[in-house]
Design a protein around this ligand. Structure first.
Ligand code: MG
Length: 340
């Protein structure tokens, strides 16, 4: 093939394992995602790690692939970095698997790989192994990504959704519902789409700062992604066999986001986030935890939204603006498909 007929889109042969596959990986992927530890291209990556290891995986099928505030590449790194961070692990190494559809523009692949590399460098993680497959035209939807990640859990650190105790305070690191709304707006071509950006961000930096300041006063952490805050609090309350009481007036939602949610008939309590987390902490240390969160750029708007209480296990109640409390149920059904 001469220089002039270089393909501009993904061909089935890019997934053959032959020369075009090698060209794709070497010429379009590796140098864009490279960090200190470049993949060796052996059948497995070999790394030295001592101690307790956290391991997670997630697949990304977001539609559209590019949206205000991010793209599928940034999401695929942040999602896995954040899941490792939520158990107190220090994210280290990721895998990156691409499922490409025949006909997908190579320029778009370049943009996504650039974003993967930039986000890895921002989060301080390396991609050390990966895979590329190509499916026939019409059998995929452009690009799907899977990332898995491993991180080191420091000695003695124990953070789990099972560890909330009555009296604990429930903190949220910032304003909610921006990721889901940005995707929805981009998908529907809505006029406010430029103003509302996804909050997609790696949380390992802010979590590290919080844990350094708080030690074992942090009992649980979780990022309210699919299903939003409402669903995630229900999960934590069930797992810890406790009840929760939160204040509607304390729940941080930007006025423009709230207005857009109202217009679209969405409850911000159930809209996905990709750069926020819930921390459930020892009551006597809640103020200190808020201070530690607020000094970090991703935690400027951190707030205390309520408390863990003794009560029917798994029940989440909310004190409303008008005074009475109401039940916060888990999201049933699908609010927004293909959000991450
Ligand atoms: Mg998570």
């Amino acid at each position: 093939m001469s220089e002039t007929d270089k393909p501009e889109t993904v061909l089935l042969a890019h997934g053959s394992g032959g020369s075009l596959s090698h060209e794709l990986v070497a010429g379009r992927v590796l140098f864009r995602i490279s960090t200190e530890a470049t993949p060796t291209l052996d059948d497995s990556a070999v790394v030295e790690m001592h101690g307790c290891i956290a391991f997670t995986t997630d697949s990304y099928i977001v539609d559209p692939l590019f949206f205000p505030g991010g793209d599928i590449g940034r999401l695929a790194v942040c999602g896995t970095v954040n899941d490792l961070s939520m158990v107190g692990a220090i994210p280290r190494h990721l895998s990156l698997a691409l499922i490409l559809e025949e006909g997908f523009p190579l320029q778009s692949l370049d943009a996504v790989m650039r974003s993967v590399g930039d986000t890895c460098r921002e989060a301080g993680v390396d991609i050390i192994t990966g895979d590329t497959k190509v499916v026939n035209r019409g059998k995929g939807d452009g690009l799907f990504i899977n990332t898995a990640g491993i991180g080191l859990v420091p000695d003695g650190r124990h953070i789990s959704g099972k560890l909330a105790r009555p009296g604990d305070r429930i903190l949220v690191s910032g304003s909610l519902a921006e990721h889901g709304l940005a995707i929805m707006a981009a998908r529907e071509g809505l006029a406010f789409s430029s103003a509302i950006r996804s909050d997609c961000a790696p949380l390992n930096g802010i979590v590290g700062a919080l844990l350094e300041a708080m030690g074992d006063a942090v009992h649980c952490m979780r990022d309210p992604t699919r299903g939003g805050l409402g669903t995630t609090l229900n999960e934590l309350a069930s797992q810890s066999r406790v009840a929760m009481l939160i204040d509607e007036s304390a729940i941080p939602v930007r006025p423009d986001v709230r207005a857009a949610c109202e217009m679209l008939g969405l409850d911000p309590m159930y809209v996905a986030n990709e750069g926020k987390f819930i921390a459930i902490v020892e009551p006597s240390r809640a103020e200190a935890a808020l201070r530690a969160l607020r000094v970090h750029p991703l935690g400027k708007n951190a707030v205390d939204i309520g408390e863990v209480v003794a009560g029917r296990p798994g029940r989440v109640m909310m004190r409303t603006h008008l005074g009475p409390t109401r039940l916060v149920a888990m999201l049933s059904g699908e609010l927004l498909p293909r959000i991450c």
